[in-house]
Ligand binder design. Structure first.
Ligand code: NAI
Length: 482
């Protein structure tokens, strides 16, 4: 173990394997690698202390080493208890030049299968910089907003001058957050206030985290500027869609190895993740049905050829159920009680509140059995079993390895550019939530064309004038939807 060092991972001996996979991934991440080249001399992130809270995968390792190559100091935690790839975490802790005996990498606090207590401890470690007067980072790179949340909650309690009452926690996760805040308030009643005062900004990866940021902005509670990376076109219209198209069936296959062709599948939500997920299952020959609350997305699903249903119409007959809504309480325990024998249930939305796991546990006589880590069967009193993947947490990262490198190169090129923007131009970003300007979005796409052999047509000046854009772009108005 590595407890006496400034990192904590499962097994340092996996570093060599992690390094080989990082090298394979680099080839598939042309966006990140060309940003490394472009900025190698300029070192735009020199002086940046970046705390990252994002799934500690092989692709994230390439992101971390890109930030370091641009001059940043980095500390990292995963943003989900099941999503870490232990070999990637080991390779990051050891670093390209270190050895397991003498690690020289980046302080990373992440392993697959953390408890919730451990998870929030890791987040706190990633936010705590030994030797820095204010104790903290000056940038956050977040996925789902947990690092940002911990800082904001800490400041809130410090302002109130009162430690949170742990007995008021709404659930296990909330209890763990309150415990961390209670302890830190005892140690240093100004910890989070001091730390927040140094933070130039946060760049946020996902729909759910972005949603939290806009809520804080509306409430006047946002403490530092934020870039919404998710809503770069080259992020949400690629990672959320094509990424899930790849990694949803990967998770179901590795978790269950059930033949998907011919099965009936229900996808809850037809947003970006829902669209990719539905296509993923349809391409395997499943009969896919959609549930939606938004008439526009419901109509899109229908026009794409999916039957749009309500859960109650199919709860007893469908074979596979996958939530993608970013909303809560989508599949309740009473629904699972009605499902057929061996129905498969999973979630690919960011948090684990889409499926009512707490309610399932409370059903009279239900028995949970671990088939293997992140795959459980639940047997009801009458003998019927259902299979729940990743205990209701995002199954593409819990049961498989998340999105592949090429799509993450788009997402992480946006992340890196967003970090450079906020860190180097704080005066241009007062405390609000921003999206990256379109010319940078187009740049990210451009960086990925060569690898796919794309020959882009060049706009002629007279044509550019005719459609009212510059030859070098941007080619679309901000309201264009792609
Ligand atoms: P989105 O907003 O584009 O789509 C969500 C859809 O769910 C919307 O169309 C909404 O109308 C629908 N919806 C909301 N409540 C519903 C309900 N009760 N029943 C049926 N449909 C409902 O969001 P996006 O980008 O698709 O993200 C969804 C979730 O997935 C978020 O939590 C996001 O953070 C997460 N995500 C996960 C990824 C992964 O790799 N697992 C990758 C990217 C995003």
């Amino acid at each position: 173990t590595s407890t006496d060092q400034d990192f904590k991972v499962a097994d340092l001996s996996l570093a060599a394997y992690g390094r080989k996979e990082i090298e394979l991934a680099e080839h598939e991440m042309p966006g990140l690698m060309s940003i490394r080249k472009e900025y190698a001399a300029k070192q735009p992130l020199a002086g940046a202390r970046i705390t990252g809270s994002l799934h500690m995968t092989v692709q994230t390792a390439v992101l971390i080493e890109t930030l370091v190559a641009l001059g940043a100091q980095v500390r990292w935690a995963s943003c989900n208890i099941f999503s870490t790839q232990d070999h990637a975490a080991a390779a990051i802790a050891v670093g390209p030049k270190g050895t397991p005996e003498s690690p020289q990498g980046v302080p990373v606090f992440a392993w697959k299968g953390e408890t919730l207590e451990e998870y929030w401890w890791c987040t706190e470690q990633a936010l705590t910089w030994p030797g820095v007067t204010t104790g903290g980072p000056n940038m956050i790179l977040d996925d789902g907003g947990d690092a940002t949340l911990l800082v904001h909650k800490g400041v809130e309690y410090e302002k109130a001058g009162a430690a949170p009452d742990v007995s008021t926690a709404e659930n296990d996760e909330h209890r763990c957050v309150l415990q961390v805040l209670n302890r830190t308030l005892g140690e240093n009643p100004q910890k989070w206030t001091q730390l927040a005062s140094e933070i130039r900004g946060v760049t946020e990866e996902t729909t759910t985290g972005v949603h939290r940021l806009y809520e804080m902005q509306r409430a006047g509670e946002l403490l530092f500027p934020a870039i919404n990376v998710n809503d770069s076109v080259t992020k949400s219209k690629f990672d959320n869609k094509y990424g899930c198209r790849h990694s949803l069936i990967d998770g179901i296959n590795r978790g269950t190895d059930v033949l998907i062709g011919g099965k009936t599948a229900v996808i809850f939500g037809y947003g970006d993740v829902g669209k990719g997920s539905a296509e993923s299952l349809r391409a395997q020959g499943a009969r896919v049905m959609i549930t939606e609350i938004d008439p526009i997305c419901a109509l899109q699903a229908a026009m794409d050829g999916y039957q749009v249903v309500r859960l109650e119409d199919v709860v007893e007959t469908a074979d596979i159920f996958v939530t993608t809504t970013g909303n809560k309480d989508i599949i309740m325990a009473s629904d699972m009680a009605k499902m057929k024998h061996q129905a498969i249930i999973g979630n690919i939305g960011h948090f684990d509140n889409e499926i009512d796991m707490a309610g399932l546990e409370k059903i009279d006589g239900v028995v949970k059995d671990e088939i293997k880590p992140q795959v459980h069967s639940w047997t009801f009193k009458d003998g019927k079993k259902i299979i729940v993947l990743s205990e209701g947490r995002l199954l593409n990262l819990g049961n498989a390895t998340g999105h592949p490198s090429f799509v993450m190169s788009n997402s992480f090129a946006n992340q890196t550019i967003a970090q450079i923007e906020v860190f180097t131009k704080p005066e241009e970003y007062p405390t609000e939530v921003y999206v990256l300007p379109k010319h940078l979005d187009e740049k990210v796409a451009r960086l990925h064309l060569d690898a796919l052999g794309v020959r882009l047509t060049e706009l002629r000046p007279d044509q550019a004038e005719y459609i009212g854009v510059a030859v070098e772009g941007p080619y679309k108005p901000d309201h264009y939807r792609y």
